[in-house]
Design a protein around this ligand. Structure first.
Ligand SMILES: [Zn+2]
Ligand SMILES: [Zn+2]
Length: 370
């Protein structure tokens, strides 16, 4: 199927150019916009005009270091996986969407046939093609080809930029599923970067009664308050453990979510959780080896869970975003056109104090909020 002019069943047509802009990471800390061919779609594939793409912590890490753990970038590389856009062409077997539909894009497309896919744990599929995880190219492009079953319609009220937050919110949702958060429980979320902040929204939707959070940046803590954190702890001004003891009457919390990736924060989290409680680790630690007092964990039956991406979270993530549009908007601190992506990456890398979520607009002009 060619994609130059596509007419859907409603007779709506979309003009699609032959070439598009794509942002290539040429080497560490250097990104350039180039022209490449717009992909064509067939079968169950859909072509999405990219309207907004958020910059993730993992994008920043690859940008600054060229690798995460043993996973190395193969230059030139295209980053970006937190994305939303408008459908402009559909393959001949597509049944769920039409041209003109607005969608959030779940970035990881698994094989659907392996042991893990069949178990529903498709985040662990060894064949998964996850946008922007090397060597798979990502979403900092004007048009993206994606399989229809990993696209999710978004309501009219939801802007594209807010819809991109379904991705980091999914991590939070998956964390609470892993840690079995129950209504009325008390959680402590360590680290108020975008993933920690989105985890507050997830905690509320799972019915947490107390949501205690910590960070050292004022902007992050203020935003946490807006998002619904019930207790804010600035770890520079207050001693974390004694403050948590005070809040929980020395019982500890039911669940700790560690998002900061700080090695000490993870080691210490066993002291913050109550007997029989759970810890969920989300943030990649700065060092691979983290010391844990296993004897203490055994004596108190403390369980440690890890989170690797997520499964089946997008529909809920979109509903949560829809119910908190006004609040959630405040996490977006910076907006850039795709042409200015170098600036966008530099800003998020160098200005942690004033930056939360940075969103890039591949089809720019007016930074289409709808
Ligand atoms: Zn992400
Ligand atoms: Zn699979």
């Amino acid at each position: 199927m060619t994609v130059n002019e596509v007419i859907d069943v409603k007779g709506k047509s979309s003009h699609i150019p032959d070439t598009m802009k794509a942002a290539y990471l040429k080497q560490v800390k250097e990104v350039e916009v180039e022209k490449i061919k717009v992909p064509s779609v067939s079968g169950k594939e859909v072509l999405v005009k990219m309207m907004a793409v958020g910059i993730c912590g993992s994008d920043t890490h690859y940008f600054n270091h060229g690798s995460i753990g043993k996973r190395m970038v193969q230059f030139p590389h295209i980053q970006g996986h937190e994305c939303a856009g408008e459908i402009v062409a559909i393959g001949e077997e597509v049944t769920r969407f039409n041209v003109g539909d607005r969608v959030a894009i779940e970035p990881g497309v698994p094989c659907n046939t392996c042991e893990w896919c069949k178990l529903g744990k498709y985040n662990l599929c060894p064949e998964v093609q996850f946008l922007s995880t090397p060597p798979v190219k990502g979403a900092f492009v004007q048009y993206l080809k994606h399989r229809e079953d990993f696209l999710f319609q978004i309501p009219d009220e939801l802007s594209y930029e807010v819809a991109t937050l379904a991705e980091p919110l999914s991590v939070g949702i998956h964390a609470f599923k892993r840690g079995s958060l129950e209504p009325g429980q008390t959680v402590f979320i360590s680290g108020m970067g975008p993933v920690g902040l989105m985890a507050i929204l997830a905690a509320k939707s799972f019915g947490a009664k107390h949501i205690i959070v910590s960070d050292l940046e004022e902007l992050r803590l203020e935003t946490a308050k807006k998002f619904g954190a019930t207790e804010i702890i600035n770890i520079i001004e207050e001693e974390l453990e004694s403050r948590l003891n005070e809040i929980t009457d020395c019982l500890g919390v039911d669940l700790v979510i560690e998002t900061s990736g700080n090695t000490n924060a993870l080691s210490s989290s066993i002291k913050y959780v109550k007997r029989g409680g759970n810890i969920v680790s989300i943030g990649f630690p700065a060092q691979d080896q983290v010391p844990l007092d296993i004897t203490y964990m055994l004596q108190n039956e403390i369980d440690l869970y890890t989170v690797y991406r997520y499964t089946n979270t997008y529909p809920l993530a979109i509903r949560i975003l829809e119910s908190s549009i006004q609040t959630v908007q405040s996490i977006i601190t910076d907006r850039y056109d795709l042409d200015d992506i170098q600036q966008a990456m530099d800003k998020v890398s160098n200005d942690r104090k004033n930056t939360l979520k940075v969103v890039v607009f591949p089809n720019n002009k007016g930074r289409v909020l709808k």
